[in-house]
Each structure stands twice: as structure tokens, then as C-alpha cells.
Design a protein around this ligand. Structure first.
Ligand code: MN
Length: 255
């Protein structure tokens, strides 16, 4: 850890939000995060630090400064990743995308991994890790072929703080050391899902309808984990998801 206190700095990887056409701030993007992420990091003993999308996403020196400041990274949830990042054309069911956010996040992921920083990806963050590692996505849940008779709704109607389907955790994985039961109740607020899995990654959780719900890096350190659900939102309701954030902060303390 690079800091004098016992609080590792966890970079919350920023993203741009474009105001609606009706707003007088059209053309003035926001750098966004969600309080649930910053709160989860703080509860686990880390200091959250929002890393804004830089004015020039090609300027590697800004990204290098971010890496120097941080002991670990958290890639948050958000909009879709532009499919050109994984060699596909846009499907009509693709949602909002932002190429500047994508370019920044993919570059930062690669630098952070190289620097040995532990990384947690949540929802879009999981998908970002997969794309950065050469994997692909289903651009919409409905495009994923049915391989079971079970049909789950991955865009739940219930409040995001509540779980809605089970995730089956692979025995022997690091994720299973955090969540020892064979399955874990998770929330589900994603219209996309992992398709092919990136090179350095392995699937460590699936849903009952065969969707990929979590991956981990095969070679560690650094510890890299992505989950399709939103543990930061569930953590507002109870402590079930706390081990995930504690793991990130513990790993960050070691870097
Ligand atoms: Mn799901």
C-alpha cells in the first residue's frame, strides 16, 4: 500500500453521463458514480476516489497518475459497451454507449492489471473486464440461445437491494471462499450478458438458465473478479455481499 493510513485507496473508475436533449446542459457531460459504491468501499475500510474520464483518453500519462494514486480499482455498473470494442456491429437492441468512456476504461484496466492492482468489476464492470481480455457479449439477453427450460428475468422488477435469482458458485474458486454456500441469492439488473469469455478469465458463477454471472482471473496476483449482479445495492439492505468489498480492500492493502 502506498499510503500512510490503513485505508487503501480504491479508484472508482469514472464514466461520462450525457444529459437529455431537453437539458440546457446538452454537450456538458457529467462524471458519475453512485453513492452505494463509495459507501461499500468505505464500509470495507477503503478510501474511494473517483477517477474521471480524462479530457484526452489517449493521454497515457493521466492514466499512469491514476494508477500511482490507487491501491485497487472498482469498475462500476452503467450503460452498454460499444460492440466495436469486441469486433461486432451494433444490434438494434443495443442500449446507450459512449466510446470515450470505453476507451478510457479498457486502457486503465490493462495498465492496472500490469501494475498488479486488484480489480473488482460490477455489472458493466464485469463486461468491461471481459471485453478488455478479448471476450464478447450478448448485446441483449433475448439474443442468448436457450439451453435450459428455465427462464429467468434478468431485469428484475423488485428493488435493486433485493435478490431475485440464484448464482451457482464454482467450488474451489476464490469467489467460493468468500461465499461458501453452493449458491448465492443475487439481484439482476442487466440486459446484456457475457458470451465468449476472455483469455485470462474463468467462469466462477452461473445462473439457473446458464448465464455467466461471475468471472475471475486465472493467474493471480492481482486478484481480478467481475460479478454480473450489484452487490453494492444489496449491501444497503444487509451484510451478505460485504465479503466481496472486504476482499478488494484486503488485496489492495497488499499491493
Ligand atoms: Mn442475472
Amino acid at each position: 500500500m502506498k499510503h500512510a493510513t490503513n485505508h487503501p485507496v480504491i479508484g472508482i473508475v469514472g464514466m461520462l453521463e450525457t444529459p437529455p436533449a431537453s437539458s440546457p446542459f446538452v454537450g456538458v457531460d457529467r462524471q458519475i458514480t453512485n453513492e452505494a459504491y463509495t459507501r461499500a468501499v468505505q464500509l470495507a475500510g477503503g478510501t474511494p476516489l473517483l477517477l474521471p474520464v480524462p479530457a484526452d483518453v489517449q493521454d497515457a500519462s493521466v492514466l499512469q497518475d491514476y494508477i500511482t494514486l490507487c491501491d485497487g480499482l472498482l469498475f462500476q455498473g452503467g450503460y452498454d459497451i460499444d460492440p466495436s470494442n469486441y469486433g461486432e456491429q451494433s444490434h438494434e437492441l443495443l442500449g446507450e454507449v459512449n466510446m470515450r468512456t470505453d476507451a478510457f476504461q479498457i486502457k486503465l484496466y490493462k495498465l492496472a492489471k500490469e501494475a498488479g492492482l486488484p480489480i473488482l468489476g460490477i455489472c458493466r464492470g464485469l463486461q468491461l473486464i471481459n471485453v478488455a481480455e478479448g471476450g464478447t457479449l450478448w448485446q441483449d439477453q433475448s439474443l442468448r440461445p436457450k439451453t435450459t427450460t428455465i427462464q429467468l428475468n434478468h431485469s428484475q422488477y423488485a428493488n435493486a437491494q433485493e435478490g431475485c435469482h440464484q448464482a451457482f458458485i464454482t467450488p474451489g474458486s476464490t469467489l467460493s471462499s468468500l461465499f461458501p454456500g453452493p449458491h448465492l441469492l443475487v439481484n439482476s439488473l442487466h440486459h446484456q450478458q457475457l458470451h465468449t469469455v476472455g483469455d485470462g478469465l474463468q467462469v466462477v458463477a452461473t445462473s439457473e438458465d446458464d448465464g455467466i454471472e461471475a468471472v475471475e482471473a486465472i493467474n493471480t496476483p492481482p486478484w481480478i473478479c467481475g460479478v454480473q449482479w450489484h452487490p453494492e445495492a444489496m449491501l444497503l439492505r444487509n451484510d451478505m455481499m460485504f465479503p466481496l468489498f472486504l476482499k478488494l480492500v484486503q488485496e489492495a492493502r497488499r499491493t
